[in-house]
Design a protein. Structure first.
Length: 276
């Protein structure tokens, strides 16, 4: 099934959406988003308020009071979000929907991308893991996420759902923390929202051409398997800007974009921000 931007936007589930109006009294942080495993909540409170999740201080609201909180794929089904500023404090208790994550088998991958055993390759993978960790450690003081996302591709076909349990060449692997969007080699990839590039590497072992964008407060999206990069580390980008080209580099059996998202080490579904 081939989707354009409008079809992808129209087909996203809206379960767990919080709204304002009649719910405002029960929604003191003006939360909206997806109350589901892998989802998120965007809220607004006092400028620079400290935001706690289940008692742990995890982020700080922007100058205009905007903040985002993410819910990990395997996280708990209840959570409490608290904003604190000087002597002021307000909280919201959420019950999340359980995510549905199917099993997905992929065969025909180079075995070195499934169970590498060459010492030099293993050292390369370790070095690349550190570069990725540094890119994910970014905490840009911004709130570009507040208006939601646009799709990163004009036309695409979803070939693997986010969060699925992966079986690679018959070997069970960790869950797939991305959504796979098939498209022709060279198809343009655009930034779904403004942000800053925190990593731009043309040829990583697993990911091929790889770009990270921090959209504010450590909400980072990743774009894997690119054939060509159009941005550099440290560059600021705007919504809709060309950042790279679809490819099949790294652990891939055909041209596609693997689109991922993290918020402070929590794995999130980036497609759920398309209708926020």
């Amino acid at each position: 099934m081939t989707l354009d931007r409008r079809a992808l936007l129209g087909g996203m589930a809206v379960s767990g959406l919080l709204t304002s109006g009649a719910q405002a009294q029960a929604n003191p942080l003006n939360l909206r988003g997806r109350a589901v495993q892998g989802g998120h909540m965007i809220g607004r409170t006092w400028p620079h308020a400290l935001i706690f999740v289940d008692g742990e201080a995890l982020t700080t609201a922007s100058t205009d009071g905007w903040f985002i909180v993410g819910f990990d794929r395997d996280g708990p089904l209840t959570t409490r979000i608290t904003a604190r500023s000087a002597a002021q404090e307000t909280s919201a208790e959420l019950t999340l929907s359980e995510g549905l994550f199917p099993s997905h088998s992929i065969n025909g991958l180079p075995q070195s991308t499934v169970t590498p055993d060459d010492p030099a390759l293993i050292e390369r993978i370790r070095a690349e893991a550190q570069v990725k960790a540094d890119g994910y450690a970014s905490r840009l003081d911004a709130d570009f996420f507040r208006d939601g996302f646009s799709p990163p591709l004009e036309t695409m076909r979803v070939t693997s759902a986010w969060g699925s349990q992966r079986i690679l060449n018959g070997t069970p692997a960790r869950p797939h923390y991305g959504i796979d969007l098939a498209a022709p080699t060279g198809a343009p990839i655009t930034a779904p929202a403004a942000g800053r590039v925190t990593l731009a590497e043309p040829d990583f072992h697993y990911e091929g051409g790889l770009v990270f964008i921090d959209h504010g407060q450590g909400l980072i999206t990743a774009y894997l398997h690119q054939s060509r990069l159009e941005v550099a580390t440290g560059q600021d980008v705007y919504r809709g800007q060309l950042i790279g080209r679809v490819g099949a580099r790294g652990r891939a059996t055909g041209p596609h974009l693997c689109w991922r998202m993290k918020w402070r080490d929590r794995n999130l579904d980036p497609s759920l921000l398309l209708r926020t």
